[in-house]
Design a protein around this ligand. Structure first.
Ligand code: NAD
Length: 493
């Protein structure tokens, strides 16, 4: 069994290559969600002035970093990937201790970050524009990608290793400097990232981390005139605030937000596979994934059989401390999440038929932590609250439909559009689903949660605004395209 370093960390900001104590005098305690008796970190609630200092450091570091050859920048990013690989277990332990997800999932998250950073290091040798024909004789026409300057990143707590890395790596390899504000409840993983980049040789000021509240530290990043773009991942509520504020300042904004991902199961599906995907997609990471399976849309004629298999499988998902190898579902991240999920459970009990779970897990070690039992609601109406709103807990809604057309309509009936999945062997329906499902990512005969570093990640409709993250396209958000026309003069001779 892996264990975490059980000491309380006093967090400092990382500004201009230095670990700097906040002058605000205000702090918050972060406790281990699997055992609230343990204080994991004391986190400063930094001031706007401290954010401005970080922005000034990033601005001062920009010219030299922009002029560093792109392959050399890529090499530093590659070194960071190698260091993260060496420190994989340590980072995974910090993650489980701070955020609560089970250690096995933490290792997967860190590996995902490694894959992304390795891929982005390669952009150092790939970053290019297009060579295009010109209408004019003796004219060479092409495009180049150039950095924006200082960029801001605002990140959530649910993937506190992968998301900071997936924003920092493309921003830095393309020559930008960055100020990042991680979620206040998961500071240690972001600070670890800063340490790794510094060890890899990133010059001071190129990456800065300021800890604190969204309304102060996050908002200062959005408002400050020297920050040219904001990459945000988090809730729709906050994304809306940031997008509106960014628009008023004419800032480039990328907002990746919530999901309500459907898994459609048709009557010819391999039910064993579908059950496995539904259960792991709904209860893995305690349902606190933007790509979590939160709705199963199943054809009525196999629904009873599917539901009884699903309930049997879900009963095997034991809750507990993420460091315990026998545990499949860790705690929720904090009391706010517990409160939100409990509110939806009460709504669900009025709207649908509760088959499993429906409340907190208590007794023994559970009394010290924040545990919700894996929950399944059946006979959920497609337009009910629990079928429409993101719950972000281990809660699965089963919606029964008569046929494929209704399944597709129901799958598309939410404001979100992140991920989706269909289980069937009918090739016509597979292609119709791929064509018509409204989601940025889709899966056939696999669950909603999988994604790979070299493919774009992000959603449509209410989930995503701006360019996609990950894959080669990730660099587009962090660059301006310049069109170049060179008249090399032969026609004048
Ligand atoms: P959140 O919106 O509450 O917070 C995200 C970040 O925004 C935090 O750092 C927070 O401090 C900051 N913030 C809050 N108010 C702010 C303000 N007024 N100005 C600037 N910054 C502010 O989200 P969360 O609870 O941390 O994360 C969970 C959400 O993230 C879920 O909705 C989930 O679906 C979503 N998410 C989406 C993706 C994706 O790629 N689509 C990935 C992971 C998580």
């Amino acid at each position: 069994m892996a264990t975490a370093a059980r000491t309380t960390q006093i967090c400092r900001n990382f500004i201009n290559g230095q670990w700097v104590e906040s002058r605000s005098g205000k702090t918050m305690e972060r406790r281990n969600p699997a055992n609230l008796d343990e204080v994991v970190a004391v986190v400063p609630l930094s001031t706007r002035e401290e954010v401005r200092e970080a922005i000034a450091a990033a601005k001062a570091a920009f010219p030299a970093w922009r002029d560093t050859p792109t392959p050399v920048r890529g090499k530093i990013i590659g070194k960071a990937a190698a260091l993260l690989t060496e420190q994989k277990e340590e980072v995974a332990r910090i993650l489980t201790h701070e955020e609560g997800k089970i250690y096995k999932e933490s290792l997967v998250e860190v590996q995902r970050a490694i894959n992304i950073v390795e891929f982005m290091a390669g952009e150092g040798r790939r970053l290019g524009g297009q060579t295009l024909p010109s209408e004019m004789p003796n004219t060479f026409a092409y495009t180049i990608k150039q950095p924006l300057g200082v960029v801001g990143a605002i990140t959530p707590w649910n993937f506190p290793v992968a998301i900071p890395f997936w924003k920092a790596a493309p921003a830095l390899v393309t020559g930008n400097t960055m100020v990042m504000k991680p979620a206040e409840i998961t500071p240690l993983t972001a600070l670890k990232m800063a340490e790794i980049f510094a060890q890899a040789g990133l010059p001071p000021g190129v990456l800065n981390i300021v800890l604190g509240a969204g309304e102060d530290v996050g908002d200062e990043l959005v408002q400050h005139p020297d920050v040219h773009a904001i990459s945000f991942t988090g809730s729709n509520e906050v994304g809306g605030i940031i997008y509106a504020a960014g628009a008023r300042k004419m800032k480039k904004c990328q907002c990746e937000m919530g999901g309500k991902n459907p898994l459609v199961i048709l009557s010819d599906a391999d039910l064993k596979l579908a059950v496995e995907s539904a259960a792991s997609g709904a209860f893995g990471s305690s349902g606190q994934r933007c790509t979590a399976t939160s709705r199963v849309v199943v054809e009525e004629k196999i629904a009873d059989q599917f539901v009884s298999m699903l309930v049997a499988r879900a009963k095997e998902f034991t809750t507990g401390d993420g460091f315990d190898e026998n545990v499949a579902v860790g705690p929720l991240v904090d009391e706010n999440q517990i409160e939100t999920v409990m509110r939806y459970l009460e709504i669900g009990k009025r709207e649908a038929k509760l088959l499993l779970g429906g409340g907190r897990v208590t007794g023994g070690m559970h009394d010290r932590g924040l545990f919700i039992s894996p929950t399944i609601f059946d006979h959920v109406k497609w337009d009910s609250t629990i079928a429409q709103e993101e719950i972000f807990g281990p809660v699965l809604s089963v919606i029964r439909v008569p046929d494929f057309e209704e399944a597709l309509r129901v799958a598309n009936s939410v404001k979100y559009g992140l991920s989706s999945s269909i289980y069937t062997n009918d090739s016509a329906k597979i292609h119709a689903f791929i064509d018509r499902i409204e989601s940025g990512m889709t899966h056939v005969n696999s669950g909603t949660v999988w994604s790979e570093a070299h493919l774009p990640f992000g959603g449509m409709k209410g989930t995503g605004i701006g360019l996609r993250e990950m894959g080669s396209i990730a660099v587009d958000f962090y660059t301006e395209l310049k069109s170049v026309y060179i008249d090399y003069g032969a026609r004048k001779q």
